[in-house]
Structures are given as C-alpha cells and as structure tokens.
Design a protein. Structure first.
Length: 265
C-alpha cells in the first residue's frame, strides 16, 4: 500500500518569543517494511538532516529572531509492505531495556506483567499482555498529559496511545524484554481516527515485533514509522524549547490517505 501523508503543526504565542529551538523527527526512513518515495519539510528556514543516537532522522530548527508563530509542515509518499511482520537490525537491542521516568515499572505494573504474560518473554506472552493492557487502560483522550508516566496511567486506568505504549514498555522491560517507543502514522478507514499514532516494538528472538495496544494489533498493518526511542520524549515528532512567548496554542492537522496507483495500459 502506498500512503500519502500531510502533517502541519502551527504554534502561536500570546507574546513575542525571543528565541526558540525545535527538534523535528518528522522524516521517515527506509526499512524492511517501508520505502520512502518522496518527502519534504516546509520550515521557516532551511535546516540540515542528522541522525540521532536511535537512528532517527533529526532536523533542528533554530529561530534566533523574535517571532509570534511557527508553522511546520511535513508531507510525502511512502510505500508500506503490509505482509512484513518483523524488522531486523544490526544495532544492539540492549539499550531498550533501560527504564525512564515515563516508563518506570512500579510493583503494580511488575505484578500485572508477570501475571498476564505468564512470566514468559516470548511473542505469545507479549500478545496476551497487550490484550490485558488494552482492557485495563481504557482509551479516553484528555485525561492524561504528555508527561504522564506509565505508572500514573496504569493506576488511573485511562489514557491514549502514548499511555498504552508507555505501559507496555514498562511491562516488557520488567520481564527483561527490550522494548521501544514508536511514533508515526496510522491509516484507517475511520475518518474520525487520529492519524498520528504511537505503538511499541519488542525484541523477540532476533527481530523487532510491533504491539499496538490501542488497536490490539500484534503486527503492523497500515502503520508508518517516523521515529523510535526509549519513550515519547525520544521519538515525538516535534519537541522544542523557547524563551518568552507566554501561553502557547498548538494546532496540528494530519491527513493520511492511500495513494491511488495508475495502471499502465
């Protein structure tokens, strides 16, 4: 399947921002299951691409002059291999055993993981864990924040895809399974579904396998990967800092659609 993506993010501020810096992980790269056909960023000024420690394509946008708004655009076309379940990489998976503040496993999470994965670290055990987390943390937007930890969302039993992913990472790592956060896009026939998405990948055997807790999918289907990391902060598409500006209003518009292929006559 070929997908067309359009992602626009606008930040507006009550007061003038003296200076700002934005870390952009908005550019996908080729892998076993996706091929980037075309991609471009629309930014206030040209920036150079670099590779971060997790292999993500990173752009750093620095604005030294005063400004009251920032508009960031990303768009392109990517071909997805829906039949590819696993991704193989040469880099060690061991760094993804490390807990972070957002993915720290407390006693409740450790007990939950051991119970529902039956203390197994194989794929079937992790699939059972995924289903259990989906039932335990009900999808409900607006009840958590970007800095809500896995333990907090687990205790509150409400959250969104970010919380589902953090909780899965906490559980998997508590079982000794390397697991990482994935940010990206999901195409769905449901027009109401938010196209920006997050899910987990766990290292099982010799490859990375996907676990989308929100949708109870143990294999990627129409998922397009942007970036990976230990948690949301490592992989989020846009993360920035600023001096001044007062209150901030952010508006994001994402469209993911299948790209119609013209048949040759």
């Amino acid at each position: 399947m070929r997908l067309s993506i359009s992602h626009d993010t606008t930040y507006r501020y009550d007061d003038q921002v003296r200076a700002s810096i934005q870390y952009l992980r908005l550019t996908p790269h080729d892998s076993e299951r996706q091929q980037v056909l075309s991609w471009q960023l629309d930014l206030p000024r040209p920036v150079h691409a670099q590779i971060d420690p997790y292999g993500n394509i990173l752009h750093v946008l620095t604005l030294d002059e005063p400004h009251e708004a920032i508009v960031i655009g990303a768009r392109g076309q990517v071909e997805i291999d829906e039949t590819c379940e696993a991704e193989h990489e040469q880099q060690s998976a061991l760094p993804f055993l490390r807990f972070t503040r957002l993915t720290q496993a407390d006693d409740a999470i450790r007990e939950f993981a051991a119970q529902h994965a039956r203390a197994h670290s194989d794929r079937n055990g992790l699939i059972d864990l995924m289903h259990a987390l989906n039932a335990h943390i009900v999808y409900q937007p607006g009840v958590t924040e970007v800095d809500t930890s896995a333990a907090e969302a687990f205790a509150g039993r409400r959250g969104v895809c970010q919380d589902h992913t953090h909780a899965f990472l906490a559980c998997a790592r508590s079982l000794g399974v390397p697991a990482r956060y994935v940010s990206g896009y999901l195409y769905t026939d449901d027009a109401e579904h938010l196209a920006s998405h997050a899910w987990a990948k766990a290292w099982v055997g010799d490859a990375w396998y996907s676990f989308d807790v929100t949708n109870c999918l143990a294999r990627p289907e129409r998922h397009l990967k942007l970036a990976v990391g230990l948690d949301y902060l490592d992989a989020c598409p846009v993360r920035g800092m600023r001096r001044g500006g007062g209150c901030e209003q952010m508006h994001a518009q994402v469209q993911v659609a299948p790209l119609l292929q013209v048949r040759q006559q």
